[in-house]
Each structure stands twice: as structure tokens, then as C-alpha cells.
Ligand binder design. Sequence first.
Ligand SMILES: [Zn+2]
Length: 546
Amino acid sequence: MAQARDIAFINAVVRTVDPRDTVAQAVLLRDGRIAAVGSAAEVRAVAGADAEIVDLGGATVVPGFIDAHNHLSIAAFAPECVDCSTPPKSTLAEVLEAIEQHCRSAPPGQWVRAMGFNLAHVREMRNPTRFELDEVAPDNPVFLIDASCHAGFVNSLALARVGIDEHTPDPAGGEIERDKIGVPTGVLYENAANPLHSHSWSDYAERDWDRSVDLLHAKMQEYLAVGITFVGDAMVTSKSAQLYRTADRQGKLPFGVQMLHAADHFFDTHDLRRPDIIDRIKEPGSERLVGGTMKIFVDRAYPAPAIDKMHHGCCAHTGAAFYPKAEVGRLARRAVELDIATAIHGMGNCAVNTVMDAYAQSRRGRSTDAVLRLEHAFVAEPAQAPRMADLGIDLVANPGLAWLWGEVFDMWRGECQHHLKLFPVRSMIDAGVRVSLGSDHPCGSFTPAEIIWTAVTRVSSKGMPVDPEEAITAAEALRAYTINAAHASNRAAEEGSIETGKRANVVVLDRDIVTCPTDDIRSAQVLRTYVDGECAYRRPVAAAAI
Ligand SMILES: [Zn+2]
């Protein structure tokens, strides 16, 4: 799918994000690759006689954004789910009404998924009960997914569909909330919601496989419009891998996707003795679809992440984990033996320690260049940064979540816990940790300009400053969203910077987000997005100057 003829962008601010952060004026795309970077004269000298010369009039060119941690296979179905996003919805009544309206036209018996609900943003500050959901959805099993994805709220039909009743024991790593007499309330935490995630997702995907591929493709078009040219899907099961492979075979992946392979269900514990799991992770990739990475979830969001707090000078542990600590170490070591890269979700400082111990153990006595990723570190200690740097860990952080989740994470941290910081990316970068940015969409926005702005300004949507001393610069955020994210995704040799020989994945922005006033970063517009040298998105002419 190489481009037909040379394209030379001249009169531009080309932020190459090469090792010296070179800023050039022009760049040449040829046969899907970057063929030259430099001054207009240098680029013209290399360009073919029939090259398309595009004068960008001072616009900025950056490498395509790499969203290293995104839940594309979940977000793809959003157009057919009930949008319960809070905000803009601000009451339970609005949420329930949206579900009722959707269910009126849904075929009876068909699963209904609803997304975006966060009790911290509704006036009632509570979750809906199964009985409230029964009232608005009498004929459909409903699964309202908590915006964190770590909990779900269901009606009686959904409980019956997956066989949960008062006799069902809590699964390991999850809780079925019950009332005083032991009847499930419809609130399911962590692993208890796994069958709901799996059943409802499969029902949507398998209604019509071609339509599912089209939904995936349409979501990726939305990503292209904000400048994303590579995504890491941070929770891929055997079913979602099947969706990606089908889309890839049909030529419907407009840019590269990395699958981070989870176990059979969402938060399930991994078992690397199972040949089917190893085969799935190691299945050879293609031009647009890569695997090779295992995803592990170490700690839970409910009742809280694994956090060590200080009380009267001694350390008290809160939160819960999915694995015994030693098992994380065994899995990480086995992954190294199998030449599998690892991405481990750790939200609290204690979980971060578990991840670092596991990686230290996995590396002992072996040389490996497999990528060792830590996802999140939402509530962590700057004091953890030097060891993280020493271990060569790629931290995939999500400071953009400060916008919607700043207050929740602050509550997780607790009062007077001065050793803990929310998204301590400043400290990590200063200590030499390679930090990448990921959106964690649909838990937050997928728009890089908004996420970079939040990483720079550190304010929540309610106006709360979120540890502003951990702010990073726009230049650091750009690096984190491009070449660093490429490294975390095992793609640094192919993309992530504008350097000769790399894939021609570039984005034209209407402003220079590194030098513009901070408040203007958020509204930066993508004028064009190129993938492998082809224009994959162009802003409608009426709105664009070029
Ligand atoms: Zn995630």
C-alpha cells in the first residue's frame, strides 16, 4: 500500500522527535517511508521530478501519535451501546432514561451494553440497582459498565443469563454485591463482572461479524482524525483477537494495532502453561497487526488499588490484588523464557513494587531485550522512580485521566499521604524512566491534544489541581506520545519519529503545540494524517486552510 508519488512538505515546523529533538523545515515521503528531512532545498534536491510539493504555510508536522494503552476493541462498539457518559449526564435518572429509550427499540432478549457511567459524577453518588434497571429494561439483559471497566451494574435478566444467583459464590478476585438477605444487588466488582463482559461483548461482535469489522474500522477513522497512527489494545481476549485478525485479512485496519493479550476474560489470571494462550500471544503478526505481548492485571480498582499508606509513622496496606506477589514474578520470568514481552497493570504504589520485583526477578541471570511495561502507576511514589529507571521499565502513564478521575484517585490516596503522588510522571522522567502516554480510552478521552494539555496543566474537570508539581512540558509529552510510546510498543525501529527510513506516519497540526500558549494546546486541530505515506485523514476543506 505504498504511496504513488513523492510528497514533499515544505515551509513547515517539522518536530522530528529524533534523539536531538531536531526541528526541520521540510520532509519527504516516498514509498511509504520518510525519504529526507531537512531544509526545503535539501528535501527538493532528493524529491522526484513529479513530486507533489505541499507548502504548509508554517503548520507543524509531528510523528503520528502512538496511543500505547487504549481499549479499541471495547470502544469500537460504543455507537451501538447506550451512551451513559457522566458528564454530560449528571443524575441517575438521566442514565436510566437513556437505557430505557435504547431498550425500547432493541430486539427482546438481545444484550444491551451501556458505557461511560461514573458514580463520582452523578448527583446521587451511587450505582443503579438491578431493580431500577429491571424497570427500564424488562426484556433485555443490560450490562452498564463502570467507566473504569472494573465494575458493572446489571439487571435480573443479565444475572440469569450468566447464571449468577444467591447461591453463586464470589469468584477469586471479585465480589457479587448482596443485600442483607444475600440476594445479589446487580453490582459486580472486578472478576465477578467477567462473564458479563465476555457474554455481552461476544453477543455484540457475533451478531454480524462484517458489521463488527466496520465498527472497528469506523472507530479507527475517528482516531486518525485526531492524529493517532498506532494503537496498543490493552485487553485482547481470544475473541477480540479474532475480530482484529478478520479486520486485518479484509484490509480494514487503516493503521497498526498491537494486541496486548489478556487471559480468557477481562481480569482473569494468566496461565503460561497453556499452549493455546502461548500460541495466541506468539502468533506471527502482519504489516498492520502485531502481538507478542502478555497483559497482566496486578491490582484492583474496587475496593481500592494496592496502596501502602503511612499512619503514625508505620506503613498500612489498603486495596486488593488479583495475584499472590510471587506468581507475578513467576509469570514475568516465564514470559522472558518464552520471549514474550510483558505489560503489567499496576495502579497503586504497592502494585508498582510488585511489578518492579517481578521484573527484577525475570531479568536475573538472563539478558533479554523484551519490553517490560508498567501500565498506569496512578498513585505512586517519586521515590520509586530510580529503581524503575534502573530496571529499564517502560512506564505507560495516563495523566490525561486526571481530567475525569483526579478526585477519585485523590480519594484513593487518602489524606496527608505526602509520599504518594497522582501520575508522578515529572519525577519519573527526571529519574530517567522512559515514560509513554496512553489514553486508556474509553476510561478517558482518546484525543492526544486534550491529553497533552492535561499532562501539562494538571487540572481536573471540576477545577482541582492534580499534583501540579508533576506536570511535564509539551515537548516531553510529545516525546512520550511518539518515540517513547513506539518503544513501549516494540515499534521504535519502525515509527515514532520523523527520521529517514522510518514509516511515513506523520500528522500535520494547525499549530505548534510545543511553543503555543498552554491553553491553546487543547484545541489544536489535525489538518492531515498520513499512514505509510498515504493521506488517511484530511480535515474538511471548509474548516482547513490547506
Ligand atoms: Zn486500560
